[in-house]
Unconditional design. Structure first.
Length: 396
């Protein structure tokens, strides 16, 4: 194995001058990367250590056994590199190259000038990033929002509000396209006509969960889909913890809006802290399972947030003046007071982010059943309230 004197530290990319390219990854440039990563014993971390010594995958693959050992490889690893990938693996590499070409998938390598700068600084950045949609320089101003897959209605509403306001302020919202909080984060950013990025735990040619295919297409129109997994890779459980380090690595900070105590979202928060990112959490009711994770984060020192401006105030000092100018102060969404009739306003005021039944609203307002139902229908058409199963309603 390579010597410990060349660890993949968060700042190691700055210590070694590497050639870079801003040109699209061609088949000729991509194939050596795929061949190197296909060699038994060469994982992502080892591949990047080799690249930092030899500066390109071609140079690694063409190096002699003695040079490889002299550069820090073990004899076993040097022999494996000299043998190259097995013939069956080479056929798989060829198939992947064809899928990338046919799928119009963009691939960026660690050496590229347009590889996300913040992601490049983490301890173990992915050597290759597969992209659909468009990843731009604007996405360097990014905030991740993650949380429970089985999110409550209130949690989804809070997530959408935060995401909407952050996207409206100029931030790119990063999440994982999962059910619950992740989907709400993407939808909130899209509703604000802002940018959002989804990081997958499977190959870029797959959508998981499959019911988010339409949401994925919307994200590709106003942002990007990313994956480090090879094309065709299924959504295996071990991919998702690895995926989480990319979500946090792309971002200035991570917001957890709802999470159980053993949630994968807490892994993302821990990775964010290890990467030197800000960690934010939304407080919740102490007896609610999906609030115990966020409350635990607050105990451990995460920043408590209630509004998007809380996040912006925390990240602005990290930014260079030119980047600060690209952000707009967060403007909380205005209430509908000047647009509603008297009964509609009473019903709207009675609602909150916690779902209420029609009977609850009738008791709270003192209005008749017909008046409450008419007001709820009017508010729903205005997209100011949402109806949930069981004739329950909440503010949006």
């Amino acid at each position: 194995m390579l010597p410990s004197s060349q660890p993949a530290r968060a700042d190691s990319s700055a210590e070694v001058s590497l050639p870079s390219s801003g040109q699209p990854m061609t088949r000729t440039r991509l194939e050596p990367w795929l061949r190197l990563l296909a060699i038994e014993g060469v994982g992502d971390v080892t591949a990047l250590k080799l690249i930092r010594v030899w500066h390109s995958p071609d140079a690694v693959l063409s190096a002699s056994r003695d040079d490889l050992i002299g550069g820090g490889c073990s004899p076993e690893l040097a022999d494996a590199i000299r043998r190259g990938p097995q013939s069956k693996v080479c056929r798989n590499v060829e198939q992947e190259l064809k899928r990338i070409e046919h799928g119009r998938i963009e691939v960026r390598c660690f050496l590229d000038a347009n590889y996300p700068a913040r992601l490049k600084m983490i301890a173990d950045p992915p050597p290759l990033l597969y992209i659909t949609g468009t990843l731009t320089e604007q996405d360097e101003l990014a905030i991740a929002i993650v949380g429970a897959r089985r999110a409550t209605a209130a949690g989804r509403a809070m997530t959408e509000e935060l995401s909407h306001d952050l996207a409206a302020a100029g931030m790119t919202v990063v999440s994982g396209l999962a059910r619950g909080v992740d989907a709400a984060a993407h939808r909130g950013a899209l509703a604000a006509q802002g940018r959002t990025v989804a990081v997958l735990g499977c190959g870029i040619d797959r959508t998981y969960p499959p019911e988010h295919d339409r949401l994925r297409k919307q994200i590709e129109e106003r942002g990007a889909i990313l994956s480090e997994a090879p094309v065709g890779a299924p959504p295996h459980s071990h991919h998702f913890p690895r995926r989480n380090r990319i979500i946090s690595g792309l971002s200035l900070g991570v917001i957890v809006t709802e999470a159980a105590i053993n949630s994968g979202s807490l892994i993302t928060a821990r990775l964010a802290a290890e990467q030197g990112r800000e960690v934010f959490a939304v407080p919740g009711f102490v007896k609610q399972d999906t609030s115990r994770g966020t409350n635990a984060l607050l105990k451990d020192g995460a920043a408590l947030i209630e509004h998007a401006q809380d996040v912006l105030d925390a990240v602005l000092p990290q930014l260079e003046p030119a980047l600060r100018l690209r952000l707009q102060p967060s403007q909380p969404k205005k209430g509908p007071s000047d647009q509603l009739g008297k009964e509609e306003q009473l019903v709207y005021d009675a609602l909150s982010y916690d779902p209420l039944t029609v009977d609850d609203v009738i008791v709270a307002t003192g209005l008749s059943v017909s008046t409450v139902m008419a007001a709820l229908l009017s508010l729903e058409l205005r997209q100011q309230v949402a109806q949930l199963p069981g004739q329950r309603y909440l503010r949006t």
